[in-house]
Design a protein around this ligand. Structure first.
Ligand code: SF4
Length: 159
């Protein structure tokens, strides 16, 4: 089974500050699956490092410097959907809280560290395309059942 995973969770230094958020528990839980990495922000054309960005209530994504970067986020999300489809991924495990990858809770757009209910742009587009999405915390608490459920919807053989 192939699983789409945020590249920063598997060690790629692609975050806004050019660091990674390697999560060995996620990598361990995905042993036996083929990991398909995506970093929608970089694939959408943004540099690394880059200014931190957050989503506003109206859905636009603004950088801390005041630039509207929504188009890059939309483009990166479309790239992630295309990658998921091309690889037959029925599950995505994405980094929590990001305006791209965050599922369930994201930063509120004020750069104050406050979280609100909501999904990042890539999460929305993946779900619209029929891909199940979990952030790393949700995934780790339900890994076995999520993998079993998604493998029944998956046409790619498990290794
Ligand atoms: Fe990680 Fe996603 Fe942000 Fe890229 S866009 S750095 S994969 S959370």
């Amino acid at each position: 089974m192939k699983v789409l995973v945020s590249a920063c969770l598997v060690g790629r230094c692609c975050r806004y500050d050019a660091t990674a958020r390697y999560n060995d528990a996620v990598v361990e839980a995905l042993a036996g699956c083929e990991i398909v990495q995506t970093c929608p922000e970089v694939e959408g054309g943004l540099p690394c490092p880059r200014a931190a960005s957050e989503m506003h209530r109206d859905g636009r994504v603004m950088s801390v410097e005041g630039y509207d970067v929504t188009e890059a986020y939309l483009h990166g999300a479309a790239c992630a959907v295309e990658k998921a489809k091309r690889n037959g991924c029925s599950l995505a495990v994405l980094k929590a809280k990001s305006p791209s990858c965050g599922a369930g809770r994201i930063y509120d757009g004020t750069f104050s560290g406050r979280l609100v209910k909501g999904d990042g742009i890539t999460v929305r587009m993946l779900r619209d395309a029929g891909v199940a999405v979990a952030n790393e915390e949700e995934f780790l608490s339900t890994a076995a059942s999520l993998l079993a459920e998604c493998s029944t919807n998956c046409n790619v053989a498990c290794s």
